[in-house]
Design a protein around this ligand. Structure first.
Ligand SMILES: [Zn+2]
Length: 261
């Protein structure tokens, strides 16, 4: 039985994104660490997500695909998940971001301090989900994502809606002195140490590319301060993983949900 206060800490950005865009970041009530070579969700993990989302996710091996995952490698490569890539999802690609415009195809990244970034293009009806740690951020992973969205969908930064999920924040993210060179604007010095504001770096990058500040939402949750989340910094290698999931709803699911509203 999961305590009620833990359920409160599962993040949804439903007030920020329109109703056809499903978003969720889990908390520590379920560990979403997945096998490296085959990151496929277990039945218990799918069941947990179904309870949170109010609908069932496609099962592993289902002909219409399953939750699309990647092998995260702290780089800046982004894959486009489409109907073709369904079939090879048992051999997931090394990447740190996923784009899709396929309704009903859930995409997911896992984090335990790194920043999950949800992106929605309302003009094309496409979504993106990014795993941004400091390495990927230093390699401009959001800039790469926006460039790829422009290439594939002709997306314009000014149209995009972007949300930042739970991540380690400047209160807790002590880093080495070299970060002053990596991120001069967002590395602050205090208490004889250096601290990185990772979400601020990503926000500054997208604002410079033309995303509007009023189209950026930040959950402002620190995974290291808040014990309801897994935190690599707080718990070390033993830390579990949260899942961030995003999906464009199919029309029949939308209708079904509107019956309950
Ligand atoms: Zn903190």
């Amino acid at each position: 039985m999961v305590p009620a206060n833990l359920l409160m800490t599962i993040q949804s950005f439903r007030d920020f994104f329109p109703p056809q865009v499903v978003t969720l970041t889990s908390d520590r009530s379920m560990d979403f660490q997945l096998p490296e070579e085959s990151p496929v969700l277990s039945p218990a993990q799918r069941e947990f997500l179904a309870r949170q989302l109010g609908f069932k996710l496609p099962a592993a091996g289902s002909p219409r695909g399953e939750v699309f995952t990647i092998r995260q490698v702290h780089g800046n490569r982004i894959v486009v998940a489409g109907t073709e890539s369904f079939r090879i999802s048992n051999a997931p690609e090394e990447a740190d971001g996923i784009l899709t415009d396929v309704p009903g195809l859930p995409i997911a990244v896992r984090t335990a301090d790194c920043l999950p970034v949800f992106i929605y293009d309302p003009r094309h009806e496409g979504i993106g989900l990014i795993h941004a740690g400091w390495r990927g951020t230093r390699q401009q992973i959001l800039g790469e994502t926006l460039a790829l969205m422009r290439r594939h969908w002709n997306s314009r930064p000014a149209d995009l809606r972007i949300a930042f999920g739970p991540a380690i924040r400047v209160c807790c993210y002590q880093v080495g002195q070299q970060f002053r060179e990596y991120f001069p604007e967002e590395t602050v010095q205090r208490d004889n140490g250096y601290f990185l504001d990772l979400p601020a770096v990503n926000k500054n990058q997208i604002l410079r590319l033309g995303v509007e500040a009023r189209h950026v939402f930040d959950s402002a949750v620190c995974t290291c301060c808040e014990p309801a989340y897994f935190s690599h910094r707080r718990e070390g290698e033993a830390a579990g993983r949260m899942i961030s999931l995003m999906m464009l709803k199919k029309e029949e699911i939308l209708k079904c949900i509107s019956l309950f509203l």
